[in-house]
Design a protein around this ligand. Structure first.
Ligand code: G3I
Length: 499
């Protein structure tokens, strides 16, 4: 068990009036919603209508009817981890539990998330293995279940605790080498277990013609910031990994173990952080959600149900947030039962719905739309908790300019004391191979965080330019970057110049 975790308390269209989630080769698709349709009465049906999955972590001894009734995705809580199924040479053993879970999921029309291939913890016989052995295991595990597994967590929890933004230092990350000493593992001469494991996994998927999508999964990466408004360096490090290895990575799991650890609280920028990963083109999942119900010391904010509602809404508001998984059925059967972080009480197949369950069901039934996140206070103090609902302003647009070849618009989410902006850069009638955007921040506004762009300046007139992977934009197409800041950011008028 991870010490720090212990401390931290093919798309098919059908003509139906209601939306339906279709599970075809792991793809999730949504049909149009008839607003007059009755609310769904199960989590899976409500989620399906909104175009995402709602899943649960499960074990073979807890495959009660509720699993298939309420959930349409299943993650083996422990039965696909290397300490269960890997031999020291990267072969497979003891796959009975995993097989039971995959079969159960299939017969209940549930997606499966394989969890997990490369992890410093619960490594079992693989502990200390070479990359070659890890690659053998990756190939064996992926091929055993093939496309029956919609998503695999290829690498789990690669980043250090305590918001350092660094990779872990224990095996398997001990294999990493920073050849040119520039502080990262992204260069051609570097060795990186994350990259090499994903390359192997992608080879296996492609060679087998599988539909399986490959995910990286971690915790304390959910917000742009952590408690106190400090940048979430762990989230930024994960973002850099996904950006650099985008060709191999299809999906990102934010585990979503929310509690009162300063790095694990629910911040108001959860949706913005989901959005910036989504803007890289990957699916985002909230992959292991539990929300501490520790109201006793009054540090968990507005209550568990409202916190669940807020987290679910953040995902619903981002189209590429395609699934939410809770880490167990009931509080008493959770591996962290003292946090009472799940949606049901009871146990052994007899469960009672909590207020949190009803809040989640209600929010899912509202579907994907532009509903602002609930305006309840954040969990735990942040520097400037919003006192007004987030506002999305009409985007000021620079008119398409035939001489510069691009235009830019800004979408703004503001609250008292802070804002997150998404800037869309659209190519004109010709392709562009680079761009820069200039805008002027009002007095008192300061940038604290930027993604998918280079930047000069933090206040006043600020210049942004493309990064390596988003400079080329085809005619009429667009790319996006974002930034976060303190103060108020009204009246932003971006000017785009193409190169
Ligand atoms: O199966 C043995 C049993 O035979 C033995 O009697 C008992 C004695 O303690 O232990 C049982 O194994 C336990 C196993 O869960 C199954 O219940 C292990 O001790 C226990 O350490 C293990 O804990 C798991 C934990 O990962 C280990 O890191 C939890 O169930 C599981 O929920 C948890 O899951 C992790 C994700 O994989 C990654 N993200 C964090 C998440 C927990 O929040």
């Amino acid at each position: 068990m991870n010490g720090s975790l212990r401390q931290r308390k093919k798309v098919t269209r059908i003509a139906l009036p209601t939306a339906v989630l279709l599970l075809v080769s792991g793809a999730v698709t949504v049909q149009s919603i008839d607003p007059a349709a009755a609310a769904e009465t199960t989590l899976r049906a409500a989620a399906a209508k909104a175009g995402l999955f709602f899943g649960v972590a499960a074990s073979p001894n807890r495959l009660y009817p509720i699993v298939g009734q309420e959930f349409n995705q299943l993650t083996p809580e422990n039965d696909m981890k290397p300490d269960r199924i890997a031999t020291s040479s990267g072969g497979l053993q003891n796959t009975g539990g995993a097989d039971t879970l995959v079969n159960h999921a299939q017969s209940n029309n549930m997606l499966v998330r394989g969890h997990t291939l490369v992890w410093h913890s619960q490594a079992g016989a693989l502990q200390g293995a070479s990359q070659a052995t890890l690659n053998t295991f990756i190939g064996n595990a992926i091929n055993r279940w093939g496309s029956r597994i919609a998503y695999w967590d290829v690498v789990n929890e690669a980043l250090e605790d305590n918001n350092t933004g660094r990779r872990r230092t224990q095996w398997p990350h001990t294999m990493n080498r920073d050849a040119n000493g520039d502080g990262d593992f992204f260069d051609a001469g570097d060795t990186d277990v994350i990259r090499d494991s994903f390359i192997r996994a992608k080879q296996v998927v492609q060679a087998g013609g599988l539909t399986t999508k490959l995910c990286i999964n971690d915790y304390d990466v959910e917000g742009l910031t952590v408690q106190g408004g400090t940048q979430n360096r762990k989230a930024n490090a994960l973002y850099d990994i996904v950006r650099n290895y985008r060709q191999y990575i299809d999906c990102v799991g934010f585990q979503g173990h929310f509690n009162d650890n300063p790095n694990s609280i629910i911040t108001n920028d959860l949706q913005a952080n989901i959005q910036r990963f989504a803007d890289l083109g990957v699916e985002v999942h909230l992959s292991e959600v539990d929300i501490d119900d520790d109201l006793s010391n009054n540090d968990i904010g507005a209550g568990q149900a409202e916190n669940y509602r807020k987290v679910v809404r953040a995902c619903l508001n981002v189209t590429k947030c395609t699934g939410i998984t809770v880490w167990g059925i009931s509080d008493s059967e959770s591996w962290r039962s003292s946090e009472r972080g799940l949606l049901f009480t009871g146990g052994n197949g007899s469960y009672q719905k909590k207020a949190a369950y009803h809040a989640v069901l209600d929010e899912l039934n509202k579907g994907r739309n532009s509903t602002p996140p609930p305006t309840t206070p954040p969990v735990g103090p942040t520097t400037l908790p919003p006192t007004t609902p987030p506002v999305t302003s009409a985007p000021p647009t620079t008119p398409p300019n035939p001489t510069t070849g691009c235009s830019a618009t800004v979408s703004l989410n503001s609250w008292t004391g802070g804002f997150v902006a998404t800037v869309r850069v659209t190519a004109g009638t010709s392709p562009i191979n680079g761009w820069s955007v200039q805008l002027t921040l009002p007095p008192g506004a300061t940038l604290t965080n930027v993604w998918s762009a280079n930047r000069s300046g933090t206040s006043g007139t600020v210049q942004f330019s493309n990064v390596s992977y988003n400079g080329s934009v085809n005619a009429g197409q667009y790319t996006e970057f974002g930034f976060q800041g303190t103060g108020a950011a009204t009246g932003l008028t971006p000017v785009c110049t193409a190169s």
